[in-house]
Design a protein around this ligand. Structure first.
Ligand SMILES: Nc1ncnc2c1ncn2[C@@H]1O[C@H](COP(=O)(O)OP(=O)(O)OP(=O)(O)O)[C@@H](O)[C@H]1O
Length: 262
């Protein structure tokens, strides 16, 4: 579905991604993990065409992304950046409606089907009673769910999410990632999600790509990539890896006292 082939990209003279390659199949969830500054967000921005790439190619169903117009791309890839903002006056209902703009005709707004979809999505993220509220008046976690609803309302086949559950409590972390996983499995969405929590990555992603310094340290099914050796290579951090109910669990070896001393 989406193929990142040997891409090199960065900011001015700073090269962040070094000949990085990764494949994303339809209907699979891939988690990108890696230390701060290793290039996870940069990769998502490069896929969206928000920054030039100096080498390599990004292909969506075989077509170079750089040749796809912005509106056409919005119908096919939805992107949730790390930081989202909207004007104070905007309500949640308006935000969701805005997300579907690439589907509307020039004169018509959302169709009855669109409105039905928006209501279902708000229900899914637990904000059905907040459609009339200003987005900026919601709590941090509610606002994050509002942004997630916005991305889902775009109805794109590929969804890119940069740390989508950072502000959420445990229940909603699981609810949101569970929902994303179900969308992927049931509707064949290709999902790429940047996560910091390796245990969430192993619980919800089919594949994990571990990055360090803009290069891939390991890529593949979570069970295979999340090994103690790979975690140490990527993060310079010692952890024990356990397997529970077919899911891998990562537990830092370092005690609180050792962390303070380090
Ligand atoms: N707009 C920018 N201009 C210049 N350098 C940037 C810019 N954005 C990011 N960088 C640099 O690019 C590198 C990779 O940043 P990026 O945000 O992709 O990392 P990340 O893996 O997503 O990090 P984090 O886990 O902290 O969110 C860092 O060295 C960062 O300082």
């Amino acid at each position: 579905m989406l193929k990142v082939s040997n891409i090199t990209a960065g900011y001015g003279r700073l090269v962040v991604l070094h000949a990085l390659s990764a494949n994303f199949a339809r209907g699979r969830v891939t988690a990108f993990v890696g230390p701060n500054g290793c290039g996870k967000s940069t990769l998502l921005k490069a896929i969206m065409g928000f920054m030039p790439i100096s080498g390599g190619e990004i292909l969506l169903e075989g077509q170079p992304i750089r040749l796809i117009g912005r509106k056409a791309l919005a119908r096919r890839i939805a992107y949730l950046p790390q930081e989202c903002q909207c004007p104070d006056y905007m309500t949640l209902g308006e935000l969701i409606e805005l997300a579907g703009y690439s589907r509307y005709s020039l004169v018509g707004g959302p169709s009855a089907r669109d409105r039905q979809l928006f209501a279902e999505i708000l229900d899914l993220v637990g904000l059905a009673d907040k459609a009339g509220c200003q987005v900026n008046s919601l709590s941090g976690g509610q606002r994050q769910r509002a942004w997630i609803a916005m991305v889902l309302a775009q109805e794109a086949d590929v969804i890119l999410m940069d740390e989508p559950v950072n502000h959420l409590d445990m229940k909603y972390q699981y609810a949101v990632l569970g929902l994303v996983r179900e969308l992927s499995a049931r509707h064949g969405k290709t999902v790429i999600v940047v996560l910091h929590d390796l245990n969430l990555a192993s619980a919800f992603a089919d594949d994990v790509v571990m990055l360090r310094d803009g290069k891939v340290v390991a890529a593949g099914p979570a069970q295979e990539t999340m090994t103690a050796a790979n975690v140490e290579r990527a993060f310079d951090f010692e952890a024990d890896i356990f397997s529970r109910d077919g899911r891998v669990v990562c537990l830092p070896r370092m005690s609180h006292a050792e962390a303070v001393a380090a």
